[in-house]
Design a protein around this ligand. Structure first.
Ligand SMILES: NC(=O)c1ccc[n+]([C@@H]2O[C@H](COP(=O)([O-])OP(=O)(O)OC[C@H]3O[C@@H](n4cnc5c(N)ncnc54)[C@H](O)[C@@H]3O)[C@@H](O)[C@H]2O)c1
Length: 469
């Protein structure tokens, strides 16, 4: 199944669409029907992406059905709470509950029967480069069972090119006995949020990327998403292009971070301070050297290049830069552990207590998915380090850590560093930028994110990524 290219005609006056009287009426009535609550929006998956999307719809005045398989998440939502520390989401839930516009449902089919717009916001992860589409398939099956004529379905996770056409639409058609474009509309709308400011991103920062199976899907998608994307819409000419667009965003970041890591390692060997050189180089308008670091984590950047590489393999295209960048970024935790251990040499790791600052995959978030801290822990375990302590201001419990009897998660920073031989900074949380590290002169310090400004302080036993001194 292949979508056709339509974006150009949608931007201009389109006679076919205007000739279809019923469709024109539907387009014209959308705003009113969404705001009156007649057309409800069902958001499937109230996670990092789905919860701010649900909040954005509630803030726009729409009626929203939050759907999730997790009973705890739904119970929290019913009480106006979310487990995702995303500014504005709980407030929007509370407002929706007060206005009787926010409903939660664990019956995926019923939510589809009761809604007009259904957004699939469940995760797609990658195991060995292969996309795990089980949650998407599961939700699409339920949506299909409740699908009605004129409904809109949108897929939002980042997926391998072709997923909407080859996987999602066939499920929806089979379950509903309805035909895409004739009976219901299919939109792909990749989410582009940065965790920690997701609502702001949706509403104000980025234009929405919208693609549709055909002219009508694109037209209705463009119209309905204009309600929440105040920065406007970029209509794409087909779904596969929109799917690929989102992956390119991730590949761009991954490759540029890899370049920066390469140049940081080069600078260390040359005996210069990478950060000083980067600052000077980036004063040139065409130069944008990214920040190097101890690892690239999260459910997005390390995953999307794998989707491109998998597809490239099928197409027999060499994407060597993408491949090498992934390998280089994956090797950073091990490299940084080696650099950090040089600071305590000749003391053996087996006699050492090492404190890792940060378990989240980056600063400012509590999300630990694919965090480089886990790779650092694995490296330290291989070296039989006596005790590993982890501190994170936003993460209070972790199942992976609890499986080791020499690895502990601390809530108190002072306790986590007390008596340690080495501190490694892994996540660039704001809290770690404010610490007075001069107080810990007897503890070696490795800054895996280059966040400590050493201009006005003297640290005896210290090195950072890009500055091995
Ligand atoms: N996290 C980000 O910053 C981000 C940014 C842009 C795009 N994305 C994309 O969005 C996708 C979703 O990511 P996320 O971070 O929101 O994931 P998440 O794990 O935070 O949330 C997913 C939610 O879906 C629910 N869920 C899972 N399977 C379900 C099912 N079968 N039925 C009902 N509910 C189910 C889970 O309980 C969870 O609440 C990712 O795969 C990624 O492609 C993520």
């Amino acid at each position: 199944m292949t979508t056709k290219r339509y974006a150009r005609s949608i931007n201009s006056k389109d006679d076919d669409l205007l000739l279809d009287n019923n469709f024109s009426k539907l387009l014209l009535s959308l705003d009113n029907k969404i705001h009156s609550g007649e057309f409800k929006v069902a958001v499937y998956g109230l996670g990092h992406v789905g919860s701010p999307i649900a909040a954005a719809w509630l803030r726009s005045g729409a009626s929203v059905i939050g759907v999730d398989k997790s009973k705890i998440i739904l119970q929290n939502a019913k009480e106006g709470k979310t487990h995702i520390p995303e500014p504005g989401v709980s407030d929007a839930y509370k407002m929706g509950l007060n206005n009787k516009k926010f409903f939660v449902n664990d019956d995926l089919v019923k939510a589809s029967q009761e809604s007009f717009l259904k957004m699939i916001c469940v995760p797609v992860l990658a195991a060995d480069g292969t996309a795990d589409l089980s949650a998407v398939k599961n939700v699409a099956t339920a949506i299909g069972k409740g699908l009605k004529k004129n409904d809109i379905v949108t897929l939002n996770p980042s997926v391998p090119p072709g997923t909407t056409d080859d996987v999602v639409i066939p499920i929806l058609q089979k379950q509903s006995h309805l035909k895409v474009e004739d009976d219901f509309y299919m939109v792909y709308n990749p989410e582009r949020i940065y965790e920690g400011r997701a609502i702001e991103d949706i509403e104000e920062r980025y234009p929405g990327i919208i693609s549709g199976y055909g002219k009508k899907s694109l037209a209705i998608g463009t119209k309905i998403f204009s309600i929440i994307y105040q920065k406007g819409i970029i209509p794409m000419s087909d779904i596969k292009s929109a799917e690929t667009e989102k992956l390119f965003e991730g590949v761009y970041r991954d490759v540029n971070i890899a370049l920066s890591n390469e140049l940081a390692i080069f600078s260390e060997r040359l005996g210069i301070n990478f950060w000083e050189v980067r600052k000077a180089a980036n004063s040139q308008p065409f130069c944008n050297i990214h920040k190097p670091g101890i690892g690239v984590g999260g459910a997005c950047i390390p995953v999307y290049p794998q989707f491109i590489l998998k597809t490239a393999k099928v197409l027999k295209v060499d994407c060597n830069l993408t491949k090498y960048s992934r390998l280089l970024n994956n090797s950073m935790p091990k490299y940084c552990v080696r650099q950090a251990l040089r600071l305590i040499h000749p003391k053996s790791p087996r006699d050492s207590t090492i404190t890792l600052l940060g378990l989240a995959f980056r600063g400012g978030v509590s999300d630990t998915r694919l965090s480089p801290t886990y790779d650092v822990i694995n490296e330290l375990q291989k070296l039989k380090v006596k005790e590993i302590r982890i501190h994170d201001p936003l993460v209070k419990k972790d199942d992976f850590i609890s499986k080791y009897n020499n690895t502990f998660l601390f809530n108190e920073f002072s306790e986590a560093v007390k008596g340690a031989n080495l501190i490694m900074i892994i996540a660039d949380h704001e809290e770690y930028k404010k610490v007075n590290y001069e107080v810990f002169q007897n503890i070696a310090l490795y800054d895996g994110r280059g966040i400590i400004d050493t201009t006005n302080i003297i640290l005896d036993n210290y090195s950072s990524i890009g500055n091995s001194q």
